[in-house]
Ligand binder design. Structure first.
Ligand code: TYD
Length: 351
């Protein structure tokens, strides 16, 4: 298979490339990535080392209007799109870049796939498009209404609808995956788990938004990649597939677990102001992909967390490199002002 992966220098995309090259010894991958801040500067070299004969990197943006003629030449069997702005906090501060990449970029890539010979297109989306669940709600299914609350989630929901409309209007072979919160090695330290691990290792406080009782549904990144692969190989065109390991847990529980694994005190926890329109709970029902495509997660939360924590312990240089001056500037200029540190005594949840 000749695969075009868009956004392969990001966290999930890079794991997918590694998984795919290892799983399919005859596969060839072209990785299209415009290297935003979220791509680690060492990632292109890391991926190139996996198998230089079956992998190539093309530094291009999915919004590039010249992509159409370029893709036509290569005759790809399929496209998997990971390229996206993904951090909710950044989407609150700069929604424009989310609409540019996540909506306009996907629109362009869909057109590229059509003109390149109606190439099979797997679009990687998120559980956040369903919005927030109440504690007693059943987990979201593929037919649940889209009800996004953040600019990030809204941009992903818009792209999902454009992709589905393309499938119906142009008979384009488009498939959508919606997954829960991923964790694992190589995640950029702005998302909860890597930020928490990196801060704790530097004995810095760990910011917990609001009361810390928001629930996220966690999955180890390689299990997600296997789910995308199942959809790519066996999924039905025009369909959406939820991917979940049924790993719902309140943030504060996860944070304490990680601090315990690191041998760090819970006193590092610092409750800060809440994220605006912060979704209270995500949870996905993944019966469809399990029954129709035979996928199931293989890595337990305990095992995955241990692997992740060990990786951050062994790769201090990797994450320190991206916590340099740009990263500090971003957090000082934007983040601290938006989510004002409360220093409230939350001993009832912090005990
Ligand atoms: P995040 O990793 O940003 O993923 P998402 O918001 O897309 O689910 O955040 C996961 C949860 O952790 C979310 O409820 C927000 C919360 N959170 C904190 O409490 N502190 C933090 O510093 C971050 C980054 C997130």
């Amino acid at each position: 298979m000749k695969l075009l992966v868009a956004g392969g220098c990001g966290f999930i995309g890079s794991h997918f490339i590694e998984y795919f090259l290892k799983t399919y010894p005859k596969a060839h991958i072209t990785n299209l990535d415009c290297l935003t801040y979220a791509a680690h500067p060492d990632m292109p070299a890391h991926l190139a080392r996996l198998d230089p004969n079956r992998y190539c990197f093309v530094p291009k943006d999915i919004s590039d209007p010249m992509l159409k003629s370029w893709v036509k030449e290569f005759k790809f069997d399929a496209i998997v799109n990971f390229a996206a702005e993904t951090h909710v906090d950044r989407s609150i501060l700069d929604p424009d870049s989310f609409v540019r990449t996540n909506v306009m970029g996907v629109q362009n890539l869909l057109a590229v796939a059509r003109e390149g010979g109606n190439i099979r297109f797997v679009h990687v989306s998120t559980d956040e498009v369903y919005g927030s669940l109440k504690p007693t709600d059943a987990p979201s299914v593929e037919a649940s209404a889209l009800d996004p609350n953040s600019p990030y989630a809204a941009s992903k929901a818009a792209a999902d609808l454009i992709a589905l409309a393309s499938s119906r209007t142009y008979k384009q072979p488009v498939l959508i995956t919606r997954c829960t919160n991923n964790y694992g090695p190589y995640q950029f330290p702005e998302k909860l788990l890597p930020l928490l691990i990196a801060n704790a290792l530097e004995n810095k406080s760990v910011p917990v938004y609001g009361d810390g009782l928001q629930v996220r549904d966690w999955i180890y990144v390689v299990d997600h990649c296997r789910g995308i692969d199942a959809v790519l190989q066996k999924g039905k065109s025009g369909e959406v597939y939820n991917i979940s390991a049924c790993g719902e847990a309140p943030n504060i529980t996860v944070i304490k677990k990680v601090l315990d694994l690191l041998g760090k005190p819970h006193s590092l926890i610092s409750f800060v102001g809440d994220r605006p329109a912060h979704d209270r709970r995500y949870g996905l029902d993944s019966t469809k992909i399990r029954t129709e495509l035979g996928w199931k997660p293989l890595v337990s939360f305990e095992e995955g967390l241990k692997t992740t924590v060990d990786w951050y312990l062994q790769n201090v240089e990797w994450w320190k490199k991206v916590r340099g001056s740009d990263y500090q500037k971003y957090y000082q200029a934007n983040y601290d002002q938006k989510f004002v540190v409360k220093n409230a005594n939350k001993s009832e949840v912090n005990s």
